[in-house]
Design a protein around this ligand. Structure first.
Ligand SMILES: NC(=O)c1ccc[n+]([C@@H]2O[C@H](COP(=O)([O-])OP(=O)(O)OC[C@H]3O[C@@H](n4cnc5c(N)ncnc54)[C@H](OP(=O)(O)O)[C@@H]3O)[C@@H](O)[C@H]2O)c1
Length: 287
């Protein structure tokens, strides 16, 4: 836990409230502001100061965390409190595309505001625990100055000086997340269509992630760095059989559409057509 520090949280939606609560638990002096005041009120009972307006909230602290619906909202609020934010550190953790985050950060920096761009890889319930991962981009000295406070939110990583880098990495990791989740849900549809127990599927799926999928990801993670796709456990040819006949074929027989699985099948088939059939599936990374 870091030294008690005044910190402001702008936006007390689901995530902003979780950030404010973690900072309160860590003993900081927390000021909050939310467009809809009723949504900030419960935090007052937990020890936060609820500011009467945005400008008052900003002037209460050296560190101002902003967590709202979109980068457009961030830009709007930063513009409205630009004078008050000058000379303070804005920790921007709203999700958005790297280009939008970089644009907003450039405007704020030109107005004399220190900006740390951020991305949150966590659900609100884990904020404050080590499993909640926060990515940041910004100047090293400014990040190090804020680090003790930020570490009270979870595990932090700095990805260099670019404030848009956390958003780019967020896009990469969340794309991975949606792909994995979509695969899990498609498996549930097959299970249901085949008249099997979803409870059985779920109980087999969880250790499957730990034992089989995480091993495959660890192998792929090494290969995407080394770019060595030789001597695979399972070749691209073998994967094509698995996805085309087993997954897409079974889905088809069960009367299920499977656009995501078909797109993956097509990607693998294109690799085989390029003559990569004997290589590891990670070769699909190559253009
Ligand atoms: N929830 C998660 O699991 C999660 C995980 C990672 C990242 N995030 C990111 O955290 C950010 C907030 O998400 P959330 O889950 O907290 O969403 P949320 O509960 O819907 O909260 C949205 C917040 O944005 C504010 N807002 C929206 N439009 C506004 C405007 N025009 N002016 C001022 N304030 C405005 C809302 O204020 P009002 O209350 O007045 O509407 C509220 O404080 C998003 O970028 C999200 O992607 C969330």
């Amino acid at each position: 836990m870091s030294n008690p520090t005044p910190v402001t949280v702008i936006g007390t939606g689901t995530m902003g409230s979780a950030l404010a609560r973690a900072l309160l638990r860590a003993g900081h002096t927390v000021t909050v502001w939310n467009r809809t005041a009723a949504r900030a009120a419960p935090l007052a009972e937990e020890g936060a100061n609820v500011a009467a307006n945005l400008q008052e909230a900003v002037t209460a602290s050296e560190f101002v965390i902003i967590c709202v619906a979109s980068p457009d909202v961030v830009d709007e609020l930063v513009s409205a409190a630009s004078a008050e934010l000058r000379g303070r550190t804005l920790v921007q953790v709203t999700t958005g595309r790297p280009a939008a985050i970089r644009r907003g950060a450039a405007v704020a920096t030109a107005a004399g505001i220190t900006v740390l761009g951020g991305a949150i890889l966590a659900y609100p319930r884990t904020v404050g625990l080590p499993e909640a991962v926060f990515l940041f981009g910004g100047e090293e000295a400014e990040f190090e100055h804020a680090r003790p406070l930020l570490e009270d939110l979870g595990t932090v990583h700095r990805l260099g000086p670019d404030p848009g880098a956390p958003s780019a990495m967020d896009a990469a990791l969340i794309g991975f997340f949606y792909g994995a989740l979509s695969g899990f849900l498609h498996g549930a549809r097959i299970t249901k269509a085949e008249g099997m127990e979803l409870k059985t599927y779920s109980s087999l799926a969880q250790p499957f992630i730990g034992n089989f999928i995480s091993g495959a990801i660890a192998d792929a993670a090494e290969r995407v760095v080394s770019r060595d796709y030789s001597d695979p456990q399972s070749s691209l040819d073998t994967h094509l059989g698995g996805i085309d006949d087993l997954v897409v074929g079974t889905s088809h027989d069960a009367g299920l559409d499977s656009p995501v699985m078909e797109a993956i099948r097509d990607q693998i088939a294109a690799g085989v057509q390029r003559g990569l059939g004997s290589q590891d599936i990670a070769v699909l990374l190559e253009p």
